[in-house]
Design a protein around this ligand. Structure first.
Ligand code: ADP
Length: 263
């Protein structure tokens, strides 16, 4: 009987280690898949802006006369926008890498939230289409405790999506209510909306909805938003209707970190 038990244990051990090997192999395969996805996306997404930069730069080189100044300016603008686009993609890749390595932490500091949002909106306004505007509706406490860098990235991603996925003339609203223990934020647009069947996947890495069409994007932004919000101890949800618009809701705890609590 003793022998049978020993044998059973030995078999169990072998099975366990087999499972471990299988799990490790699966993880390795997932990582490899992810790496090749990154390479595919990078090659694909980099091609268009790089081609723009190349053609605009060579045209600029050919314009010599003062009459051609307007054309030159147009191409300088195209180059700037292509470089901005490339920088955003690279930043997303870097953020994902840092998150994967566990190198992103939420370090709350005191923030004058209304001013912070106004400054951010000023900065983003440049991305707006014609007659498109971001409105801020702010209520509640003025000072909150939040990680500035993470907050900035969350709002930048949600607001720039609002701009990107709505037409010229459509408004984007950032609504904030700051309470003593939490902050509620809502980013609303009147854009193309997210089709119902795509809604369960929008936070997945690389996912782009079927109606995203020709807009530039990597499908990484919302995945990063979700991770950042989670790191801050909050949560993010949305409601959306195609052709009507989308609202993203972010809930963040507003707490003074333990080490600076004074009582
Ligand atoms: P992307 O780089 O493609 O914008 P995101 O991760 O930010 O990636 O968003 C994932 C997808 O969700 C987008 O490709 C788009 O299809 C959809 N989406 C995100 N925000 C909006 C929005 N405000 N309105 C409509 N669709 C949106």
């Amino acid at each position: 009987e003793q022998r049978t038990r020993e044998l059973a244990e030995a078999v169990k051990k072998v099975e366990d280690s087999q499972e471990e090997v299988i799990r490790a192999l699966k993880k390795e395969k997932e990582l490899n898949n992810m790496k090749s996805q990154f390479v595919t996306i990078a090659s694909h997404e980099f091609r268009t802006p790089l081609a723009t930069i190349l053609s605009s730069a060579s045209l600029i080189g050919r314009y010599g006369t003062t009459e051609e100044e307007e054309k030159r300016q147009k191409h300088v603008k195209r180059i700037k926008s292509a470089v901005t686009n490339l920088t955003e993609i690279l930043n997303d890749f870097l953020s994902i890498g840092k998150l994967e390595e566990g190198r992103v932490h939420s370090i709350p500091v005191q923030v004058e939230l209304e001013d912070f949002c106004k400054n951010l909106i000023d900065e983003i306004q440049g991305l707006c289409k014609e007659k498109q505007q971001i409105h801020l509706q702010y209520t509640g406490n003025t000072e909150v405790w939040l990680d500035k860098q993470l907050l900035r990235n969350i709002l930048f991603n949600l607001l720039s999506n609002g701009i990107k996925y709505s037409d010229a003339g459509k408004e984007i609203t950032l609504k904030i209510n700051a309470e003593a223990d939490h902050v509620d934020m809502a980013v609303h647009d009147e854009g193309i909306g997210i089709p119902e069947k795509d809604q369960p996947n929008v936070f997945d890495r690389f996912f782009r909805a079927h109606n995203a069409g020709a807009t530039q994007g990597t499908g990484l932004g919302l995945n990063i938003v979700k991770d950042y919000v989670t790191l801050m101890g909050g949560n993010v949800t949305f409601s959306s209707e195609t052709g009507k618009g989308t609202t993203f809701f972010v809930y963040l705890p507003n707490v003074m970190p333990a080490q600076v609590k004074m009582d």
